[in-house]
Design a protein around this ligand. Structure first.
Ligand code: PLP
Length: 352
């Protein structure tokens, strides 16, 4: 705290990202990064963009990228917004579409950046408890609100909500924007993007950080009715005209175009997840059904904090949230098969 801080800064409770330790030989299963590298075509595009043109500003509208995203999902570029990671896209969404007199609704167990944005932008909000099985109950979102947001699949639970249920929430809320954060959808969820044509109140947010192995490039996007996109453009152009640099635009375009690499790596992650779930169940863990590139699991006899610490002493890092309802769970990113095996061998030792 310093006397130079503004009142706004004094009141903030910032998000705490999963750590990025710089230790060698670490089995890093704590931030849901993809264990496989990005498409070789992305690396080629980055190299081709590395030259004299870097002295010039990038396209402020990133039109090439909007076109590539639009082509992927059979929408028009006017239905696409792009930003510096989906976290930035979400920030603009909170300010531009979710800040109203009525409270914004989101689950009690969800992406912990949502309450942080509410704090930053002073957005009224209410959390809605998930069921005991950590499921979203659609009826709970049929009450007066200034907007609704949830990830699908949810984080950190990994549970997916069927499209029919998302449609119920959309239909119950014609006066509010419903944001579906699909950071993990490519690992087993069903995208709500086709519903954009029918529901002008739907905004779907995705990222290239997880299923396209580009957490380091910082690219995310939103798809929705052009009126929703225009709100986001107004915020963006009041904040930073060039959120995506030349490398990010070139790399992201190549990533959206390389469907073969995308399919191959996401299927590999899904296969490894299914194997990991079986291994953990055999070790006595209760594992929530996951449609994501991580699993959420607890051991009925062992304290999650102690398990996380014991793993850490073996250079394996997983995520543990000291938060009501989930303090006995570990969130474990699905790594390569070798990483998953390192994890299960270590757990077998720890549990012995
Ligand atoms: C990882 C994640 C994001 C943020 O992704 P970036 O594009 O890397 O900023 C957004 N929402 C959820 C639920 C996530 O897990």
């Amino acid at each position: 705290m310093s006397r130079y801080w503004s009142a706004v800064v004094r009141g903030l409770t910032p998000y705490v990202p999963g750590e990025q330790p710089k230790l060698p030989n670490l089995v890093k299963l704590n931030t849901n990064e993809n264990p496989y590298g990005p498409s070789p075509k992305v690396l080629e595009a980055l190299r081709a963009e590395t030259g004299d043109t870097l002295r010039l500003y990038p396209d402020p509208n990133a039109d090439r990228l909007k076109e590539a995203v639009a082509a992927c999902f059979a929408v028009t570029p006017k239905q696409v917004f792009v930003g510096n990671g989906s976290d930035e896209v979400l920030a603009h969404v909170f300010l531009g579409l979710l800040k109203h007199d009525q409270p914004l609704l989101f689950p009690d167990i969800t992406y912990s950046f949502y309450p942080v944005y509410c704090g930053l932008y002073d957005v009224e909000h209410q959390t809605v408890p998930l069921t005991d099985a950590f499921e979203i109950r659609t009826e709970d979102y049929a009450r007066p609100n200034g907007g609704v947001i949830f990830p699908n699949p949810n984080a950190p639970t990994g549970r997916a909500l069927p499209l029919a249920d998302i449609e119920k929430i959309l239909a119950a809320n014609p006066e509010s924007v419903v944001v579906v954060d699909e950071a993990y959808v490519d690992f087993g969820g069903e995208t709500a993007i086709p519903l954009v044509a029918k529901y002008p109140n739907l905004l779907v947010v995705q990222t290239l950080s997880k299923s396209r192995s580009l957490a380091g490039l910082r690219v995310g996007f939103a798809i929705g009715h052009p009126d929703l996109i225009e709100a986001l453009e107004r915020v963006k152009n009041s904040f930073n005209s060039y959120p995506l640099d030349r490398l990010a635009i070139a790399g992201a375009v190549a990533a959206m175009e390389d469907k073969a690499h995308f399919e191959q790596t996401r299927q590999a992650v899904i296969r490894s997840r299914e194997a990991l779930v079986k291994e953990l169940a055999a070790l006595g863990f209760e594992v929530l059904p996951s449609a994501a590139n991580f699993i959420f699991a607890r051991h009925p006899q062992r304290d999650a904090g102690e398990l996380a610490a014991a793993l850490r002493s073996r250079s394996i890092i997983v995520r543990h949230f000291r938060q009501p309802r989930i303090e006995q769970f570990l969130r474990i990113t699905v790594g390569t098969d070798a990483q998953c095996q390192a994890l299960t061998s270590a757990l077998r030792e720890i549990l012995r």
